[in-house]
Design a protein. Structure first.
Length: 253
């Protein structure tokens, strides 16, 4: 049986793309190789300018141009639905350009942040106060804050100092950050991410979004009962939109 191809735009960072693909496999009903869904991963990080760098004016090259070009490469491979393994790429100044460039094309890119908030309503209907951890660009532009509040929930944000000096540093520090050392992450990066989770919990968060695709690499949600993994949310959405009969129930079987 031929299943629709799922497209994954990776390289932002590379291990985040791999992590999204592994989540797709984890969430698929399959008892053999041939029962798994076809996935096309493009991990071309060298072609995509840094998303946070663009948002903060450190480069004037919008990464949305390269992301859209890669989406069209996925379309040529046969993918009709795709996902971007990067939260910062969903800043409107980037994501809107991608959507503009793909207008009239057959491939459709799902919105990671929107799917994450939908996932919260499915898995944590008891949670009303949602902690939002992310890169500093996502934090400053309130991408998760706005989406969470639009869903009628309360967004619990870290203090700016924690968002910049703890979370962003855990991701971007050139010596110990997750982008520099991803597999396995350093103890320093893991410690900082856990510190940030505790910080928003102390502010009243019932659940905590790990809103950078690198954060779950440091603290796998399976080891953190309050954590929400956007990669899992997007993986389930990609299966739902291509082969819904192959999607595992939330219980995992």
């Amino acid at each position: 049986m031929d299943f629709p191809i799922i497209g994954v735009l990776g390289g932002m960072g590379p291990y985040a793309g791999l992590d999204l693909v592994s989540r797709i496999f984890d969430e698929t009903r399959a008892a053999s190789d041939r029962e798994h869904l076809p996935v096309a991963l493009l991990s071309y990080g060298h072609r995509i300018t840094d998303r946070s760098g663009f948002v903060f004016g450190q480069t004037d090259i919008n990464p949305g141009y390269a992301i859209a070009e890669l989406a069209l490469e996925l379309e040529r491979l046969g993918a009709a639905v795709g996902g971007i393994a990067c939260n910062s790429a969903h800043a409107p100044v980037i994501f809107d350009l991608v959507q503009q460039k793909l207008r009239g094309r057959s491939i459709r890119i799902l919105h990671l942040i929107g799917e994450t908030v939908r996932f919260i309503s499915e898995t944590r209907p008891d949670a009303c106060r949602i902690g939002c951890l992310s890169t500093y660009s996502v934090h400053q532009h309130g991408l998760y804050q706005h989406a969470v509040e639009a869903a009628g929930l309360e967004a619990i944000l870290p203090a700016d100092s924690v968002a910049e000096e703890v979370v962003h540093r855990a991701i971007y520090d050139p010596i110990f950050g997750i982008k520099a050392i991803s597999n396995p992450c350093t103890e320093k990066a893991i410690s900082l991410v856990r510190q940030a989770i505790t910080h928003v919990q102390n502010r009243g968060a019932d659940a905590v979004i790990l809103g950078c695709t690198e954060l779950p690499l440091a603290v796998p949600p399976a080891t953190c009962t309050v954590c929400i993994d956007p990669a899992r949310a997007l993986a389930r959405a990609l299966i739902r939109e291509t082969s819904p009969q192959k999607l595992k129930p939330l219980g995992g079987m």
